[in-house]
Design a protein around this ligand. Structure first.
Ligand code: SF4
Length: 280
């Protein structure tokens, strides 16, 4: 079996930074309990490692007692969550990715000048929920080309459009073209993260050279699932979280196997799978 790993696989800059900050916090000598609002990243195995070190993950800020530490994960949160941390006297460790923070700033600034925000992304994704919170949850959120086609905009209004950082670039471009026909005054901000773009392009290129692809990453990781979609367009693709998910008999049928991984997949999981494949 010839195994080739994508040049852009695994932790992106923002996740690496966030996970490093969180780990340092857990290793530091202090007497405060550390909470995370939502799983640190969409990778069960990595989250478990941090929880073994003492991190407590909760889904609601009201589950966090006063006077403890709270980690804001790389996805970022809405303004109301920052307000609540102050009211509760929480010691905040903010690991929001700077690229996401930039979107918060664009949204707030434009919302404050009276523009209507259009958010291109998945309305259920934590990053999008956080971004929407910087315009008081008033954004028009669309994810698909079909949704863009039926969207009605008002030519008397000014709009500001931003994108979820992990949005598929091709879909984003098509949506922009459609929206341009719906209203005259839309300021488009392509806020798709360059790391996402590079990862998607590298995955597509590798998939075109290989007989099949393995995409490693969490089932709930948006960017991992987009990589799966891209690779599937090009060649047979296996989406796995760990080596236990591998269909060994099926994989053995292929000679040239490409590997990529989502931005929230730790190196140790990727290495473990590569070692396993080599042993086949
Ligand atoms: S994918 Fe981009 S925006 Fe998202 S955490 Fe990584 S670097 Fe930041």
């Amino acid at each position: 079996m010839n195994i080739k790993i994508s040049e852009k696989a695994g932790f992106c800059f923002g996740v690496k930074r966030a996970m490093g900050l969180a780990w340092r916090e857990l290793c530091d000598e202090h007497d405060k309990q550390t909470y995370a609002l939502g799983p640190l990243i969409h990778n069960k195995q990595a989250v478990e490692k941090y929880e073994e070190r003492g991190l407590i993950t909760v889904d609601d800020i009201e589950e966090i007692p006063s006077d403890v530490k709270m980690i804001i994960r790389s996805h970022g949160v809405s303004k109301s969550i920052y307000d609540r941390t102050e009211e509760k006297g929480l010691d905040v460790v903010d690991t929001t990715c700077p690229f996401v923070k930039k979107i918060h700033d664009i949204v707030k600034e434009n919302y404050d000048t009276g523009k209507k925000i259009i958010l291109i992304g998945d309305k259920n994704h934590p990053e999008v929920i956080g971004i929407n919170g910087w315009c008081k949850n008033t954004a028009i959120t669309i994810k698909t080309i079909e949704e863009a086609e039926v969207l009605e905009l008002n030519n008397d209004k000014s709009y500001c459009a931003v994108a979820q950082t992990t949005m598929n670039l091709e879909v984003y471009r098509k949506i922009v073209e459609i929206l341009k026909t719906k209203a005259d005054d839309i300021e488009f901000n392509n806020t798709i993260c360059s790391s996402t773009k590079a990862r998607q392009e590298a995955a597509r290129e590798l998939a075109s050279e290989m007989d099949c692809m393995i995409v490693i990453g969490g089932k709930h990781s948006s960017n991992t699932q987009k990589l799966v979609g891209i690779c599937k367009e090009v060649c047979p693709t296996f989406a796995i979280e760990t080596r236990d998910d591998l269909d060994v008999e099926e994989i053995k049928k292929y000679e040239n196997v490409g590997i990529t991984a989502g931005a929230s997949t730790p190196d140790w999981i990727i290495d473990d799978i590569i070692e396993f494949l080599k042993s086949l």
